[in-house]
Design a protein around this ligand. Structure first.
Ligand SMILES: [Zn+2]
Length: 418
């Protein structure tokens, strides 16, 4: 089957290998930036929408979005504070224990985190008396990190900053990048910077949502403008290798709907390569991630999930039931905009992050309230937008069962949980 996109569409070149992008992965239509929550006075103003059209490179299989808005606009006052999820914080605390023990980190080491956010992770190294440096472009979240005694440089990371730091004798024993690689417009400059900032014998860990899981579990809503790239294990290995870095271990994690944590080192580092590296490469190959046809079926899956969710919401509304949302994450905004779900279906949504209270979801204008609102209005259904945290949320909100309330989980396909 020949995709329409092969014949008619063309959009720039691959962020990594510079081949022309000719193959659509999925086209989610026009959408506003998913973190641009609106204040009441903005509701009657024009709102910019950008294409959420994802391509896959036929040479290196990097799945990617064109960069429509510069990171300066997206990230300098970022609403996402990592510290508002208990399970994520616990994940980070365990990580710091593991890294300290496995790589013998101590008072003479330096841990550097790229996109260190509000210090959610580095704070645990500080508690262990291991020196840290955070690099975070969003000034408002960096300020919160400083309050946690996490020294933070308010800058974008790349080759130039890495050179400056290395010339000051600052190189990392452990260089951490959690959920940052996807947000880097100039991928090559960023990875070249990591190579420079890594001390000889040092270790890089990168965590990112795994493209294989995104495809297998239909997580199309994790696509948004702020995430420029979506990585398979095989493609990530290729990218690191080109800059003199090798992957020596990999772990599969449940976070963000299924992430990878890859362990990298300088290519000339004599560390043994763990068998998990070879095994995962084989699994991705078997799943067809090195064939362009495999990527072509994803768009149909996304459309199907949209229909199923709308069917579920329409039948609830026809039965005169009330529906509210839980959470206002970036992924929720992709889902709501792609499916066209506004206050006709969802009365309001709630979020634990007070920064979002009193604001409205971008594009769909659903009011965002504090979680207690659900206990005041006692809705029939609660649509869980951050479905990756559904277990935690269903526990926190278990009391909705007192009035017969039920949860709706939208992904991989809409499911009602009572
Ligand atoms: Zn490419």
């Amino acid at each position: 089957m020949v995709m329409k996109s092969e014949l008619t569409e063309r959009s720039g070149v691959c962020r990594f290998c510079k081949a022309s992008l000719r193959h659509t992965f999925v086209d989610l239509g026009m959408s506003p930036l998913c973190e641009s929550y609106l204040r009441p006075e903005q509701l009657n103003q024009m709102e910019p929408f950008y294409p959420l059209h994802v391509f896959v490179c036929e040479k290196c299989f990097l799945v990617q979005l064109e960069e429509f808005v510069s990171p300066d606009n997206i990230f300098t006052e970022y609403a996402y504070f990592s510290s508002y999820s208990d399970s994520w914080l616990e994940h980070c605390r365990q990580y710091t224990d593991q890294m300290r023990d496995r790589f013998h980190l101590g008072a003479g080491s330096l841990v550097v985190e790229l996109a260190s956010n509000d210090g959610y992770l580095l704070q645990y190294f500080v508690q262990k008396n291991i020196p840290v440096l955070g690099i975070e472009p969003a000034a408002n979240v960096a300020k919160v990190a400083e309050e946690k005694r996490v020294p933070t440089l308010v800058k974008f990371f790349g080759k130039q900053l890495a050179e400056e730091l290395a010339s000051q004798g600052k190189q990392a024993d452990l260089l951490v990048g959690n959920n940052v690689l996807a947000q880097v417009p100039d991928l090559c400059d960023f990875v070249a910077g990591m190579k420079l900032l890594l001390k000889p014998g040092g270790v890089i860990t990168l965590e990112f949502p795994h493209l294989l899981r995104l495809m297998e579990e239909n997580q199309f809503d994790t696509i948004y403008h702020e995430h420029f790239s979506y990585f398979s294990f095989i493609t990530t290995q290729k990218i690191l290798e080109r800059f003199g870095l090798s992957v020596f271990d990999v772990e599969e994690l449940p976070t963000h709907g299924g992430s990878l944590r890859i362990y990298g080192c300088h290519t000339d580092d004599p560390r043994p390569v763990e068998s998990r590296v070879v095994e995962l490469g084989k699994r991705e190959e078997a799943a067809g991630l090195e064939k362009i046809e495999t990527y072509a079926s994803f768009a149909e899956q996304a459309k199907n999930a949209k229909c199923r969710l709308l069917e579920c919401l329409i039948s609830a509304k026809q039965a005169r039931k009330s529906i509210v949302g839980y959470g206002a994450p970036g992924k929720g905004n992709t889902l709501l905009n792609y499916c066209g779900i506004r206050t006709d279906f969802i009365d309001y949504t709630v979020d634990r992050n007070p920064f979002k209270h009193g604001r409205f979801t971008p594009g769909t204008h659903i009011p965002i309230c504090a979680p207690e609102r659900i206990f005041e209005t006692r809705p029939d259904y609660v649509l869980i937008l951050p479905w990756n945290l559904k277990t935690e949320i269903m526990q926190q909100m278990a009391r909705i069962r007192e009035w017969g309330g039920k949860f709706i989980v939208p992904i991989p396909v809409a499911t009602i949980c009572s």
